[in-house]
Write a new protein. Structure first.
Length: 418
């Protein structure tokens, strides 16, 4: 199949129409017991999703995907805003406080699968939900990899949602790798902190479960097609200013939402910004995020540790000083610089040299080729006094973040400029 979509990750509709390609280790004609008919997206609400007592029947994975594809096409026909490139935007079904079971291919079925109930819950219905039929899902192709785990394409066979699953190995009790144990502890904190977030510019967390047989934690996420901003920069170089402004405004909106909820991301950079073919940006990878337990996210907290990616790190982090959500604002400035130049900040410096400069409260150079508004925006982000650095809400009022009614992201995609 030729690649006829924008970015690194295919749109949901293309995956649904080519399940053999993206879920090639599965027998798609295998019948899965107890699957309901998938309601169309027009009528799909939490109340229409399968509940105890509803009639369920046997269905193959292929048929479930076909039904989901049909409903996607119905959504396209009823919403002309997203007809181009089969972009349909609807919320994925959340799986919190439900039993989640992976339907595994034969080569991974070493022992019979046993349902494992989610252990993080704030819902009063958690006990009752254990009596409901399980959510069944299948794992597909690897779509991302990092120090905190692997991210795979996944398909919720019950709801018909294409989702992503982040898998992290659970440390063996005989293995005393402190770093891995710390990583898993951080993962549980991440899940508990982010389960209730709901914003267009934040990747949605849908649920989580534990596979004790394979010693894996599964975190279910909204699937975002397209790719991350860093990959687009590597392919095309720096973006034109209208694109940078379009992305920056959305990142600011996501940060304002997080900071209002006292959450510091602590790793804002182009690689952690996902963008779809319609130009919608989403902040991702909350593995280093932290909740500020003070009254405001912008209150400096002495209980913060050194976290982040060095070249995007704020001076107060490097100097081991108390810090706040203003570290995300510094990193935002680095990311805007990255989008303009196509290169990471401190491009001519090694990590040691960058740390030295940050320790002396220096900021990356801003090229003269950037517009006055752009330079002023970045300069404000790079204020070495965090108390004078603006908040995300204040930056949304900056002229650089003003919405351009004439901007058309599709033109940049068609002309291969992003």
């Amino acid at each position: 199949m030729s690649v006829d979509y924008w970015g690194d990750r295919p749109p949901t509709e293309i995956v649904l129409q080519n399940m053999e390609k993206y879920f090639d280790d599965h027998d798609l004609d295998k019948e899965v017991a107890g699957l309901p008919s998938i309601p169309s997206s027009a009528t799909r609400t939490p109340q229409t999703m399968p509940r105890k007592g509803l009639r369920r029947h046997v269905k193959s994975i292929r048929v479930a995907a076909r039904e989901a594809s049909k409903n996607q096409l119905l959504s396209v026909n009823s919403d002309h805003q997203y007809t181009h490139r089969l972009m349909v935007r609807r919320k994925s079904t959340k799986m919190w406080d439900q039993t989640v079971v992976e339907v595994k291919p034969e080569q991974r079925q070493r022992t019979p699968a046993s349902p494992l109930h989610l252990t993080i819950s704030t819902s009063a219905d958690a006990t009752a939900s254990a009596e409901e039929p399980p959510v069944q899902w299948i794992r597909g192709k690897l779509i991302g990899k990092g120090s905190f785990g692997r991210v795979y394409l996944a398909f919720n066979v019950v709801s018909g949602d294409m989702i992503a699953v982040k898998q992290v190995d659970i440390p063996n009790s005989r293995c005393r790798d402190d770093r891995q144990h710390d990583m898993v502890d951080a993962l549980y904190r991440e899940i508990a902190m982010l389960r209730d977030l709901d914003h267009e510019n934040i990747v949605q967390y849908l649920g989580y479960g534990v596979d004790e047989q394979e010693h894996i934690i599964n975190i279910f996420l909204e699937y975002v097609s397209g790719g991350n901003v860093a990959n687009r920069l590597a392919l095309h170089g720096g973006f034109d200013e209208p694109v940078v402004r379009h992305f920056t405004r959305q990142i600011c909106q996501g940060l304002a939402y997080l900071h209002h909820r006292h959450i510091l991301h602590r790793d804002i950079k182009a690689a952690n910004i996902l963008v779809e073919a319609d130009g919608v940006c989403k902040i991702s990878d909350f593995g280093l995020s932290k909740k500020n337990d003070y009254d405001e996210a912008y209150d400096q907290n002495s209980r913060m540790s050194l976290r982040g990616s060095i070249y995007w790190m704020a001076p107060e982090v490097v100097k081991n000083e108390p810090y706040s959500a203003k570290v995300d604002i510094w990193s935002l400035g680095c990311t805007v610089l990255e989008m303009f130049t196509g290169q990471r900040p401190w491009i001519s410096f090694s990590q040691i040299a960058a740390l030295y400069n940050l320790g002396h409260s220096n900021a990356p150079d801003i090229p003269d080729t950037i517009s006055d508004f752009g330079r002023d925006f970045i300069t404000k982000c790079f204020n070495t006094d965090p108390n004078l650095r603006p908040t995300a809400m204040e930056l949304l009022s900056h002229p650089f973040c003003a919405e351009d009614p004439g901007f058309n992201f599709e033109e940049y995609v068609v002309n291969d400029k992003v």
